[in-house]
Unconditional design. Structure first.
Length: 227
């Protein structure tokens, strides 16, 4: 494991639309560098389950059917960053999503003389992403993944893994929905790209290649951010 020479824990932000591979790449970075991936959903669920003060506030808001405020999310993140397993650094996935959240995160990190080490944008080709996501389907029995273009069963209609003959697709994995999600992502994230670019911490990486190739590029960026 490459530990680098740390003065403060690294804080990495992964930016990228649904299907860009953020989860896959975050897991690889966790293993290679000893970082901890923090997603907003997981943070909220853990805080509610633990019954922390911020978790209780979040639970009340969610039970009322409202959105959890940025203030509560920041409070939960503050608690989480103080835990020992975050000593080497964290990968933030799904937060920040807006310019206001990015500024709130900066304020939180400054409390411990920290700052964002790198904001890494996983760049994708929208048309190719629509094809990639809308073509996905899985075996209904064992969950083995397939694709209309890139990975079809060796025997038509029969799962290679378990021999099952029933397959399913996610309802939102259709071309129209995927294209809509991509448009929303670009509209929402454009201010973040500009924000982190202005701070000289923005890194861009082509996320349309092979998984291992993308991982090597990310590792190079992270090594630089951790020193």
């Amino acid at each position: 494991m490459d530990t680098g020479v740390l003065t403060t824990p690294a804080v990495l932000i992964l930016l990228g639309p649904p299907g860009a591979g953020k989860g896959t790449q975050a897991r690889k970075l966790e293993e290679q560098f000893g970082l901890v991936q923090l997603s907003t959903g997981d943070l909220l669920r853990a805080a509610v389950a633990a019954g922390t003060e911020a978790g209780k506030q979040a639970k009340a808001v969610m039970e009322a059917g409202d959105l959890v405020s940025d203030e509560i999310v920041i409070a939960i993140l503050r608690d989480r960053l103080a835990e020992p397993d975050c000593a080497k650094g964290v990968i933030l996935d799904g937060f920040p999503r807006t310019d206001a959240q990015a500024r709130a995160l900066d304020t939180l990190l400054a409390e411990n003389d920290q700052k964002v080490s790198a904001a890494i944008s996983l760049e994708v080709n929208d048309d190719a992403m629509v094809t990639r996501i809308s073509g996905r389907y899985t075996c209904a029995n064992c969950g083995e993944g397939y694709h209309d273009t890139f990975k079809t069963p060796q025997s038509d209609g029969i799962c290679d893994n378990c021999g099952g003959t029933e397959f399913k697709r996610r309802a939102d994995d259709n071309a129209e929905t995927v294209a809509s999600r991509l448009r929303a992502y670009h509209a929402q994230t454009a201010p973040l790209i500009a924000y982190y670019d202005s701070q000289d911490v923005l890194e861009r990486i082509n996320a349309m290649g092979e998984i291992d190739e993308i991982a090597r590029g990310l590792a190079t960026i992270v090594k630089g951010a951790m020193r």
